[in-house]
Design a protein around this ligand. Structure first.
Ligand SMILES: Cc1ncc(COP(=O)(O)O)c(C=O)c1O
Length: 404
C-alpha cells in the first residue's frame, strides 16, 4: 500500500482528527460525501477575502478577477477528464446534471431510453418521468455478480435515443464497461450519458477515450465544496440541446419578440453561479492531481482488498458488494437479523461513520437484493489499514452480539 503517504495526507484533513462518541472518527461514508482538505477550506475563505465579485457581468477589476478564476476552474475540470473547457457546464450536482439532459434533449412520444438496475435514483427518476411524454424506458438487468447484461447493449432496440448508465454503483461497487457500452450504443445511433459520481473521485478518467456524450459528477464527492457539480457535454452534441433554465447571462440577444440563445456552456449556466464552488472544485482537483489519480486508484484497490480479505471470516454478516470483476472501495453488507440502521447506529457509537438504508437505489436494494436496506462502508484514499482493522473488530462484535 505504498502508493501514497497516507499519514502525511491525513494531516490536510482537519475533520479526521475529530472524536465521535469518545472514539477517533473513522469516516467510511465517502460515497455519500468526501471530506475536504484545508487547501480547499482555506481556499474558499481566500476567495471571499480576495476575489469575491459577480463574474462575467461587471467589468471592474475584481469582477474581472472573479471571471478569470471561474474560467480557470473550468479549465482545470476539463483537463482533469481530458475534455475541452467549452464542454464543461457547472451545475449543482450529478442530479442536476442528469435532469438538465432529461429536460433539454427534445424527447418525443415513441423514443426509447435505457437505464439500469444499478442506478442511483438520480439516473433513474429523470428518465422514468419521461414516460409521461410517451417515452419508453428499458431497464437493463444484471447477473448474479451485479454486472450489467451486455447482451442488451449488443442488441439495443431500434428507436433508442439515449443510453444512461452508471460508471460505478454506489451499492455493489460494480464498475461498468462504459467504453464498450458507448461503442455499442453509438453503433445504434443512441447517445450515451454516464453517471460518474462514484468513479471520477477514485480513478483516472479520460472522456475522449471513453467517447460518451454526457458525463455527470459532483464536486462534494471529490474533496470539493457542496453545491457544485459538472455536466460534460460533447461539443458535437451540445447543439441538439435546448435551454434548461432561462434568465440572466444565457442569451446573446433578447427583445420583447425574440430570444437568441448563447451556446453551451453559457446556455446552461443561467443566473449567478456558484463561483466559490467552482473555485473550490478547482482547488480540490489541484489536490487530487498532487496525490495522483493512479496512486489513489492503486491505494484504494489495495485497501479494499484488505477489507474484503479480513471480512471473509465474519460470522453473521452477509455481503452484497464486490462480486463483479471490477469494483471500487464499497463494502455493502448486513448483520443477519439486524436492520441496517441499527448496525449503523451501533458502529457510530464506536466512532465509525457508515451509511444505511436504500442508498437512493431502492429498486436495486428492494427488487434485486430483496432487502429492506443495507449498511455500506465506503473508502477514500485517506482511510487506513488501521481503520479497516478497527471497523472489522467492531463489526464482528456487533455481529456476534446481535446477529443470528
Ligand atoms: C452513483 C451516484 N449517482 C448520483 C448520485 C447523486 O449525487 P448528488 O446527490 O451529488 O447529486 C450519487 C450520490 O450518492 C451516486 O452515488
Amino acid at each position: 500500500m505504498n502508493y501514497i503517504d497516507v499519514e502525511k495526507l491525513r494531516d490536510d484533513f482537519p475533520i479526521l482528527k475529530k472524536e465521535i462518541n469518545g472514539n477517533p472518527l473513522i469516516y467510511f461514508d465517502n460515497a455519500a460525501t468526501s471530506q475536504r482538505p484545508k487547501q480547499v477550506i482555506d481556499g474558499i475563505k481566500y476567495f471571499y477575502e480576495n476575489i469575491n465579485a459577480n463574474p462575467i457581468r461587471s467589468i471592474h477589476s475584481l469582477a474581472e478577477q472573479a471571471t478569470l478564476e471561474y474560467g480557470k476552474a473550468r479549465e482545470k475540470v476539463a483537463k482533469f477528464i481530458n475534455a475541452d473547457p467549452d464542454e464543461i457546464v457547472f451545475v449543482r450536482n450529478t442530479t442536476e446534471a442528469i435532469n438538465l439532459v432529461s429536460f433539454s434533449l427534445p424527447f418525443k412520444n415513441g423514443d426509447r431510453i435505457s437505464t439500469t438496475y444499478l442506478e442511483h435514483h438520480s439516473n433513474l427518476l429523470p428518465w422514468m418521468r419521461l414516460k409521461e411524454k410517451g417515452v419508453e424506458i428499458d431497464i437493463v438487468n444484471t447477473n448474479e455478480h451485479f454486472e450489467l447484461d451486455m447482451d442488451y447493449y449488443k442488441h439495443i432496440p431500434k428507436g433508442t435515443r439515449l443510453v444512461a448508465v452508471t460508471h460505478a454503483s454506489n451499492v455493489t461497487g460494480t464498475v461498468t464497461d462504459i467504453k464498450e457500452i458507448t461503442q455499442l450504443a453509438h453503433e445504434q445511433g443512441a447517445l450515451v450519458l454516464v453517471d460518474a459520481a462514484q468513479s471520477i473521485p477514485h480513478l483516472p478518467f479520460n472522456v475522449k477515450d471513453i467517447g460518451a456524450d454526457f458525463i455527470a459528477f459532483s464536486g462534494h464527492k471529490m474533496l470539493g465544496p457542496f453545491g457544485v457539480g459538472v455536466l460534460y457535454i460533447k461539443k458535437e452534441v451540445s447543439k441538439n440541446l435546448g435551454p434548461f433554465l432561462t434568465g440572466g447571462e444565457m442569451i446573446k440577444d433578447v427583445n420583447m419578440t425574440k430570444i437568441v440563445y448563447e451556446n453551451s456552456p453559457t446556455l446552461f449556466e443561467a443566473g449567478t453561479q456558484n463561483i466559490e464552488g467552482a473555485y473550490g472544485l478547482g482547488l480540490a482537483i489541484d489536490y487530487l492531481n498532487s496525490v495522483g489519480m493512479k496512486n489513489i486508484e492503486n491505494y484504494e484497490k489495495a485497501l479494499t482488498s484488505y477489507l474484503y480479505e479480513n471480512a471473509k471470516n465474519l460470522e453473521n454478516v452477509e455481503v452484497y458488494s464486490g462480486k463483479s470483476k471490477n469494483f471500487l472501495g464499497i463494502f455493502s453488507f448486513n448483520v443477519k437479523g439486524l436492520h441496517s440502521h441499527d448496525t449503523a447506529y451501533l458502529l457510530d457509537k464506536k466512532g465509525i461513520a457508515v451509511r444505511s438504508g436504500f442508498h437512493c437505489a431502492q429498486p436495486l436494494i428492494e427488487e434485486r437484493l430483496k432487502l429492506p436496506g443495507a449498511t455500506r462502508a465506503s473508502l477514500y484514499f485517506y482511510n487506513t489499514k488501521e481503520e479497516v482493522d478497527k471497523f472489522i473488530e467492531e463489526l464482528s462484535k456487533v455481529a456476534i452480539k446481535y446477529g443470528r
